[in-house]
Write a protein that binds this ligand. Structure first.
Ligand SMILES: Nc1ncnc2c1ncn2[C@@H]1O[C@H](COP(=O)(O)OP(=O)(O)O)[C@@H](O)[C@H]1O
Ligand SMILES: [Mg+2]
Length: 346
């Protein structure tokens, strides 16, 4: 394998699984491996229900196809996958007579147009966010110098030293705000691109976060070490991933497990552009999940679920990733939140 008829299926963009007479998996094409994030060679000889969950609708489609000896289409099929949870798919089951009786299963992800619309909206939003942030940062940064200087002058005139505590608060807070504003303004001009290994980025983030929260936090690595090098700005990528991982540790209150996963993704469309190869990074935590009322807006600036949060972490992360022509997506339910970062490879 692959030999005829499998050879042609190898090149299809449609996800295809071929079942043998015993309804066991005889073949999975690369598009299906990609869609379900599984490795075909581990699955041969297994029944669909041994690999996937929530197979009731699929079982029914297969049954109908065999029973009528004709194609059966299920337009709104839910299938539970090991890596991505439940997927919504359009599935066609077709009985075939090859060298033996087979059942051909084709899968199309349902959310394609939806996903594209969302990506487009996200891109617009990212650009709008960037502009908004820069303008805001400028407006705030300018008067800060004046406030700081005035507080220092005032301090010199103060007779009671105890009052200096107050002017010190003004100076320190002005400094903190200025460094925050500089963070917002700097990334635009200061990108340093070089070839890098994405695992260096993840390892750095891992050691920073473990140093911040040494107890209670477990970070598991699930790396695909065969990933090719990526051209990118290492500091920006570290900051982006760090922001995502820190949110996870905060949500778990430092107690739980984070999985850092990397995979190669083939034939990915990222914000309307098709890429032959991309790096997929996933940051998965087992915390309480993103509050439902925040889910539509966590990438917006100043949106935070914490009283003391700036709500800039994900805005910046998205900005950095989109400067690399990549994108961030997430999927969240109590007990499992997964942020997926896709970065195209040249
Ligand atoms: N892994 C996660 N689990 C639960 N909630 C999250 C997670 N990641 C992000 N959030 C929510 O998204 C909000 C926005 O995050 P972010 O932009 O980094 O701002 P901040 O961390 O300053 O609040 C967080 O306050 C939190 O409510
Ligand atoms: Mg944050």
């Amino acid at each position: 394998m692959p030999e005829f008829p499998y050879l042609t299926l190898e090149y299809l963009a449609t996800a295809v699984i071929l079942l043998d007479e015993e309804s066991c998996i005889a073949y999975i094409n690369p598009a299906a491996e990609n869609l379900f994030d599984v490795s075909g060679k581990n699955l041969f000889g297994h029944a669909m229900r041994q690999v996937f969950t929530h197979t009731e609708q699929l079982d029914n489609a297969m049954l109908q196809a065999v029973h009528n000896n004709a194609s059966y289409i299920e337009h709104d099929l839910v299938l539970g996958t090991p890596a991505h949870g439940k997927l919504q798919l359009r599935c066609t089951a077709t009985p075939l007579q090859l060298d033996r009786k087979c059942l051909l299963l084709e899968f199309h992800p349902m959310d394609r147009p939806l996903k594209l619309a969302r990506e487009e909206q996200m891109l617009d939003q990212t650009q709008a966010n960037r502009l908004l942030l820069r303008n805001l940062a400028h407006e705030i940064k300018n008067p800060l110098g004046g406030i700081r200087g005035a507080a220092q002058l005032l301090e010199q005139e103060l007779e009671k030293p105890a009052l200096r505590e107050y002017t010190q608060v003004i100076v320190q807070e002005a400094d903190r705000l200025r460094s925050l504003m500089e963070k917002l303004l700097s990334p635009q001009n200061a990108s340093h691109y070089s070839a890098l290994n994405i695992h260096e980025v993840l390892e750095r983030v891992r050691s920073v976060v473990l140093a911040e929260m040494p107890e209670g936090l477990t970070i598991q690595r699930d790396y695909d070490i065969s990933l090719p090098a990526l051209v990118g700005d290492k500091e920006q990528l570290i900051q982006a991933v760090l922001n995502i991982v820190r949110n996870a540790t905060q949500a778990m209150r430092g107690n739980g497990t984070i999985i850092l996963r990397t995979r190669v993704a083939r034939q990915m469309t990222i914000i309307k552009r098709r890429h032959r190869l991309a790096v997929m990074m996933q940051i998965i935590d087992d915390g309480p999940g993103i509050p439902p009322e925040l889910r539509d807006k966590i990438f917006y600036p100043l949106v935070s679920g914490h009283a003391d949060g700036h709500g800039l972490g994900l805005t910046l992360a998205q900005d950095f990733i989109s400067q690399h022509q990549g994108m961030i997506e997430f999927d969240s339910e109590p007990g499992r939140t997964c942020f997926t970062v896709l970065l195209p490879l040249q």
